[in-house]
Design a protein around this ligand. Structure first.
Ligand SMILES: NC(=O)c1ccc[n+]([C@@H]2O[C@H](COP(=O)([O-])OP(=O)(O)OC[C@H]3O[C@@H](n4cnc5c(N)ncnc54)[C@H](OP(=O)(O)O)[C@@H]3O)[C@@H](O)[C@H]2O)c1
Length: 477
């Protein structure tokens, strides 16, 4: 936990603009995340939050929407201190109405920034719009650029396959160097995910165990206990492989298996993650993939009645690097399952004298909702476990980075120009390259999509993936 003195406060002037400020993401995540920073007094002075969208609104009306979103996110009444923080924050909130493809509207927006009379503010542009609108905003921001530092924050999805991601990055590169682009995967804002590298780095026990030659297999499981709900339009086009594997879970895998650079700057970390992601190898065989769809997936959505979109996937693949030679990676994720849980299981090899029925040693890293590491030790009669809790509570009374929600932490990173927890173009391209191979294999081979019951553990076929190598999925509950 950080001490008060360590807390990063923003002294330099900045303007944080949310393009698409009328949308769901802005209301559900971004406004509350900014409030969480204000609540910790991270912003000192000379800052502005600007909402930009096409809808006509006054700044006063926008402030009211901002206020409602924060109050809704906090669920209960704000206390007196929080009310004061919110009303101070709202004084720094502005609204600009404009089209995304009109340079003249961006020139008016430039004028709004100039009227603030800040000394060379850093200009942060958060793209909270559908990907189809990314290009005109990039082009128009380039059109109004001055000597101020500009940082562009783009939230996933980055394209729908490697080709479209490459096209997007080529387009952006015509106007901005990659150093100005912050590709945001909100999993990298989660405290537990951010602790993976430091934990590996400073704990010799973990460091020694997490070597390919010691490991029998790695399992990553991410269960959601809710369905696609109102995201059906997006989700039915995407499916779980693209939605969950492509960025979130591959990022976790990369953090667990990458070499740790001595100098842990953003470039070195991104390069090491990229090396892992480029080495992923899926052998195109039906026995390496299981797909499922929960019962009644499309019952309320006429348009997708015959949809074969997967809401569950389990995979086996390898990392083609000497250090991970022949260590199978098992990954599974699905919606509407029996629980919400994301965890990693690292199964160590057994000694030659151990029987097939003996349990292996396991390192279990629980990421959400609990943040814990368990090291499962064996005794003569069975399994004993030692549990170490590694992270802190989400209490509103706490003060350090560890109390902040993912988007707040990532915003702080952007404000301080730290890209360690953001994803590089190369990482995205490598991830898509891997995912495209799986998706294309599914298209040509038409892997059967097994229906599974809501609140169950998912399709039974997931077990053949691990079973044929003599392993079992490890379930925490
Ligand atoms: N919602 C989430 O939880 C979530 C999670 C992860 C990633 N994302 C990504 O974050 C981005 C924003 O999400 P969102 O749910 O807030 O999206 P959204 O509500 O569909 O769109 C945000 C705003 O963009 C503008 N917009 C929408 N469609 C447009 C179009 N065709 N042309 C021009 N402007 C358009 C609208 O503002 P105006 O019409 O007022 O200008 C809208 O209020 C998306 O790329 C989404 O994939 C969202």
């Amino acid at each position: 936990m950080q001490s008060i003195e360590d807390i990063f406060r923003v002294d330099e002037p900045f303007v944080f603009t949310i393009f698409g400020a009328s949308g769901d993401l802005a209301k559900l995540k971004i406004f509350p995340a900014i409030f969480a920073l204000a609540e910790q007094k991270r912003f000192k002075k000379n800052y502005a939050i600007i909402g930009y969208a096409r809808s006509k609104k006054t700044t006063e009306e926008f402030r009211a929407i901002f206020e409602q979103s924060v109050k809704k996110a906090y669920k209960k009444e704000l206390n007196t201190y929080q009310e004061e923080v919110l009303s101070d924050l709202l004084k720094n909130v502005y609204y600009v109405s404009g089209q995304y493809d009109q340079l003249s509207d961006f020139q008016s927006y430039r004028k709004t920034i100039e009227d603030l009379k800040f000394q060379k503010p850093t200009e942060i542009s958060y793209f909270s719009v559908p990907p189809s609108v990314f290009a005109p905003i990039v082009e128009n921001l380039a059109g109004i650029r001055n000597e101020n530092e500009m940082r562009l924050v783009l939230e996933k999805p980055f394209g729908t396959d490697e080709g479209s991601a490459r096209e997007l990055f080529h387009f952006i590169a015509r106007f901005f160097d990659e150093e100005h682009i912050y590709l945001l995967d909100h999993y990298l804002g989660k405290k537990a995910v951010r602790s993976i590298l430091p934990l590996r780095h400073v704990n010799r026990i973990l460091n020694l165990m997490l070597k390919g030659r010691e490991i029998a297999n790695i399992q990553i499981s991410a269960f959601e206990d809710f369905g696609v709900e109102d995201r059906i339009g997006y989700f039915d086009q995407s499916g779980t492989i693209k939605d969950m594997i492509q960025s979130h879970l591959l990022q976790i895998l990369a953090l667990v298996t990458m070499s740790i650079p001595i100098e842990k700057n953003a470039k070195n970390i991104q390069n090491e993650k990229s090396a892992i992601l480029s080495a992923l190898h899926f052998e195109p065989k039906k026995s390496n993939i299981s797909l499922g769809q929960y019962d009644n997936y499309c019952s309320d959505h006429e348009a997708c009645k015959l949809s074969k979109t997967e809401t569950f996937v389990a995979l086996k693949f390898f990392i083609n690097r000497e250090s991970w030679f022949q260590v199978p990676i098992f990954m599974r994720t699905g919606k509407n399952l029996h629980e919400k849980h994301t965890f990693l299981v690292i199964e160590l090899k057994k000694f030659p004298f151990q029987k097939e029925s003996d349990q292996p040693n396991r390192v279990i890293i629980e990421l959400f909702p609990n943040e814990k590491i368990h090291i499962k030790l064996l005794d003569e009669d069975g399994v004993t476990s030692q549990n170490e809790e590694i992270t802190t509570s989400d209490s509103l009374a706490c003060t350090g980075d560890y109390c902040l929600p993912p988007h707040s932490l990532l915003f702080l990173d952007v404000i301080r120009g730290d890209k360690k927890h953001f994803v590089s173009f190369n990482e995205i391209l490598a991830s898509w390259n891997f995912v495209d191979k799986i998706v294309n294999f599914n298209v040509t081979e038409k892997i059967p999509v097994e229906t599974y019951e809501v609140n169950s553990k998912g399709p039974a076929s997931q077990n053949t993936i691990t079973g044929k190598d003599g392993f079992k999925w490890y379930d925490l509950h």
